[in-house]
Ligand binder design. Structure first.
Ligand SMILES: Nc1ncnc2c1ncn2[C@@H]1O[C@H](COP(=O)(O)OP(=O)(O)OP(=O)(O)O)[C@@H](O)[C@H]1O
Length: 323
């Protein structure tokens, strides 16, 4: 192992330790697409395994999207065998209709594999830069701009960890080249019909060339800063939510909300709508409900879902069904 120890190993080792991302003796499921990022991640974790006493396994999800998807799955199975690691393959009954449902299906499959409390993916700093631009263009708040975090709780017992968030895609490519790792080229990565591919292949190179050579790492850093701030704001908002909410009457106390800054009011209202109605409100819906904090008695919003509205009832903002 000593001969293959590189600055990248040292960096990941330090990151894992300082951020307490992957505990010693943990059973870790590596989500492997076959692309350079997850391949690099798998090899790094294998190289570091003895220092951390991890139990590693590989999982691949075949969406059956491309003609070569079965060949891709076979390729990964062979790789897992050569690494001497357990391999789990999940194959879709029918190809998911779009990216979002593919992702949802993929995470559900990964979570369903028993014996693992930790799943790791190969998301990189470059993914962070692209995601930030993608969401900025769509008009996102700080939450969307910081959506790729180091960890995310998938279920009460299963955590997603992204150890490569400080590594650029150019570094994972170099690592795979140096180690002769057999990258599976995903043909859809070159399809410019996808906005994300245009960001990667057109927008970022243009920003790099015309504005700042370091744009990719600067954007990734911005996301890192925003993530910490969003986490803090969400915690503060949760505390106010807990004091303002009356669960039985599904209402919020306006006198508490009036005393807090607009940024926190918006977050409390969003948490209120998400938790009570189990849906993700858009900007306008949140703003209308925020307006009720100071509105006259009996003011109300438009229906959110299933004819449910929010209405001012004296000092309360109350959810009410119009049926
Ligand atoms: N088919 C797959 N099987 C297993 N793991 C996968 C698969 N596709 C992607 N992954 C994992 O997810 C990581 C990110 O992949 P990619 O950027 O293509 O997905 P994404 O849909 O943008 O990700 P996410 O939905 O998690 O933000 C990969 O590095 C890999 O770890």
């Amino acid at each position: 192992m000593a001969s293959s120890w590189t600055p990248l190993h040292a960096k990941i080792h330090r990151t894992l330790r300082s951020r307490s991302l992957l505990p010693k003796h943990e059973s870790i499921l590596i989500a492997l697409s076959g692309g350079q990022d997850s391949l690099c991640l798998a090899q790094l974790l294998i190289d570091l395994r003895d220092r951390w006493n991890w139990h590693l396994a590989i999982a691949h999800c075949d969406h059956r999207w491309r003609a070569d998807s079965q060949a891709n799955a076979d390729h990964i199975a062979t790789l897992a065998q050569s690494w001497n690691l357990p391999f789990y393959l999940k194959t879709a009954d029918s190809p998911p209709p779009n990216e979002a449902s593919a992702r949802e299906w993929r995470y559900a499959q990964l979570q369903s594999i028993e014996g693992f409390h930790t799943i790791v993916t190969g998301h990189t700093a470059s993914d962070r830069a692209e995601t930030l631009l993608f969401n900025l263009i769509r008009g996102s708040g700080a939450d969307g701009l910081s959506s790729l975090n180091w960890t995310r709780q998938l279920t009460p017992t299963v955590k997603l960890v992204r150890p490569l968030l400080e590594i650029m895609r150019s570094q994972t490519a170099e690592f795979c080249r140096d180690r002769n790792l057999p990258i599976w080229q995903d043909s859809t990565n070159n399809d410019l019909a996808y906005a994300r591919n245009r960001i990667r292949q057109e927008l970022l190179p243009s920003l790099k060339h015309n504005f700042n050579a370091q744009v990719e790492s600067h954007l990734a850093q911005t996301m890192e800063l925003l993530s910490a701030e969003v986490e803090y704001l969400e915690t503060v908002a949760s505390e106010f939510y807990e004091t303002a909410i009356d669960i039985t009457s599904q209402s919020l106390d306006r006198t508490i909300l009036r005393k807090i800054p607009l940024a926190i009011q918006r977050r409390v209202i969003r948490q209120f709508l998400m938790r009570s109605l189990n849906f993700n409100p858009n900007f306008e819906q949140v703003e209308k409900c925020v307006g009720l904090i100071t509105a006259p008695n009996r003011s109300r919003t438009d229906p959110f879902i299933e004819k449910t509205i929010a209405e001012v009832n004296a000092d309360q903002i109350q959810l009410k069904s119009l049926d």
